[in-house]
Design a protein around this ligand. Sequence first.
Ligand SMILES: N[C@@H](CCC(=O)N[C@@H](CS)C(=O)NCC(=O)O)C(=O)O
Length: 216
Amino acid sequence: MLLYDAARPNPRAVRMALLEKRITVPSRDVDVDGGENRRLDFLGRNPGGQVPVLVLDDGTWLAESGAIFQYLEERSPDPPLIGRTAEERAITRMWQRRIERRITEPLYAAFHYGPAVEMYRTRMVVLAECANGFKTLMLDGMTWLDALLSGAATVVPDRFTVADIGLFAALDFAASIGWPMPTGLRHLERWFQTTAERPTARASLHPRSSQTGVHY
Ligand SMILES: N[C@@H](CCC(=O)N[C@@H](CS)C(=O)NCC(=O)O)C(=O)O
């Protein structure tokens, strides 16, 4: 396998999952700043034009973090990051999707259409006028989750899962670019601190983080 990586939060989430599962995969950085992932040769293999991509041993390009998590789980079930039973797996996916919809997708849209708009303008449709709206949705999602966590250390009760990993990669990135979670969300703050203490949280940071201060 080969991981097409980059100094970006979704690739970081895959790095964190690999570390949690103690799987070592060689990686190569894609020049996202230079638009390598939006060129025809890359798009021919991943029409989504984004990273991460896991290249499987048969040469298949597997994109979308959720699909990559799923593949890793089936290849290396221990420790489980999705679940041991059909019920556990379904519950993890339910939370993973809720978090994407309510928090991480609005967060990334707010970033692409806001601070990063000039870079993305030449590559994709950007809705600069919607950046603030997506940020409002993201903040609303954080408030929603805070109330649901109510002291829990993990999104899915009593199990660390890919739902935690995807959320952590996004919120750590956001805080490091100056978008901290709103004050007063003490459950979400506690969840964040607990997740940040996992050895894989630090170990999954891209080497560029130490130069830029951005957590990805
Ligand atoms: N739905 C995709 C999203 C991946 C994504 O947003 N990748 C970003 C980095 S975090 C990217 O490739 N950005 C560069 C671009 O879109 O050109 C996933 O879950 O993997």
